[in-house]
Write a protein that binds this ligand. Sequence first.
Ligand code: CUA
Length: 318
Amino acid sequence: TIAKVSALLVSAATLAACNTEQSMLHPAGEDAAAVNSLFWAMAIGAAIIWIIVMGTTVYAVLGKKRPKSEKFADRFILLGGVAFPTVTLAALLVFGLALLPDWVRADAPDLRVHVTAEQYWWRIAYEQPDGSMVDTANELFLPQGQTAEFVLNSTDVIHSFWIPTLGGKIDVIPGRTNLWRLKPTEAGVYRGVCAEFCGPSHALMAFPVIVEAQADFDARLAREAAPAAASNDLFLATGCGACHAIRGTEAAGRVGPDLTHFASRRTMAAGTLPISAENLAAWLLDPDHIKPDVRMPGYDSLGQSERDALVSYLLELR
Ligand code: CUA
C-alpha cells in the first residue's frame, strides 16, 4: 500500500510539473495569477503553522520541562488558541476578498464571446463590433492582453466553464446568463474544460484555448467569419445539414456544432481526439463508442465509400 501511495504521489507530482497546458500553477492570465498567489500564500502559511503545531506537540510530549505556573499556560492558550487564529484567519479573509472579481464593472470589455454549453460540447460565437456574430465551436481563441467577457448559457444541464491557466471557473446554468471576464497575459495554447459533472461524457467536454497577438487574432476571426470552402451534396442528402451548420452552404442545423471551418481546428468531438481521417471515420460509424450519450447517431447505414466521401469533405473545411 505504501508503495502504491508513493507511486501515486510521484506520478501526481510529475503530472503537475509537466502539464502547463492546464495547470493553475502556471498562470497565463490575470485571474489565474491571483488564484495562484492565494494558493501559495495559503500553502506556505499552512506549512509554517503545521511545523509550529507539530514542534509544540513534540516538545510537550518529549520535553521534560513543565511550565512553572498556570499563568504561562493561560497566556499560551490566549495567544496560540485565540489571538493567533483570529489574526491569521482575518488576514486570509481580507486577502481572499481582495482577490474576488469586481461585481459591478462599468468599463466595456475589449471583446465579447458568447459561450453555450451543451451535452457535451461548446457553442462559441464572437460578437463583432457591428453586433453580428461569428459562429464556431469547441475551440476558443483570444487576443493577448485584452479583456474578454464571456456570456455563458446552457441549453440542458448545469456545466462549468474553466480554463485553469487563465482563470475561472463559473457555473453555466440553464435559464440563466452568467458573465465572466478573463484577461490572458501570455500567448500560448491552453486547455479549457467543463468542471461540473453533466453526464456520462462530462470528461470529454473540453476545448483548446489559443491566446495570440491582436493582429493574429483579427486575421483568424476574419477567416472564421468567411463562408466555407465547398458545399457537398452527400452531406445534405444524408441529413447532416439538419443538425450541423456549414455557412455558405444549405447546411444550417443548430443541434450540433457549427462545422464551417472544422478542419482548421485542433480537435474533434470537443477536445476528445485530434482531427484525422481515421478518427473521423470511426466517429461517423459509431460516435457513441467514442463519446457515450452523444446526440449524434452512428451512420453504419451508409456504405464505406459514402462515409469516406463525407470524411474527405469534412477535411476540406479549412
Ligand atoms: Cu459539461 Cu461537465
